[in-house]
Design a protein around this ligand. Sequence first.
Ligand code: HEC
Length: 99
Amino acid sequence: MSRRLALALMLASAVGSAAGAPAARDPGRGELLYATHCDACHNVQVHWRDKQAVSDWKSLEFEVRRWQGVAGLGWSDADIGEVARYLNALHYHFPPRTP
Ligand code: HEC
């Protein structure tokens, strides 16, 4: 777990160092949103299940969208994307999305 966290932080700071570009987004935003709104109810174990609902980027974003809806948060597409990216770096490790 701590190795995963360290990796996520490393990825985040790698993204952060490229932050000159106008399209760059805050790499910590997905983590902050998730820690604030999602961690309280289900801990990280939910994402370690053998039979998981998430199998690719599409289902990951679907679940993030579903759960922010359940929690009544009204997240934008950008916020949903940030949290999906955070969870992917933390756990799922799907290859980077092609635009
Ligand atoms: C009301 C409690 C609760 C809240 C709040 C909640 N979750 Fe969940 N979440 C669960 C439970 C329970 C499951 C597993 C059972 C299921 O899939 O229905 C789950 C499953 C998931 C999964 C699928 C995991 C997998 O690999 O199969 C994702 C992704 C997820 N939640 C993301 C989020 C996000 C993002 C938020 C914050 C917007 C959030 N959840 C808030 C209870 C919650």
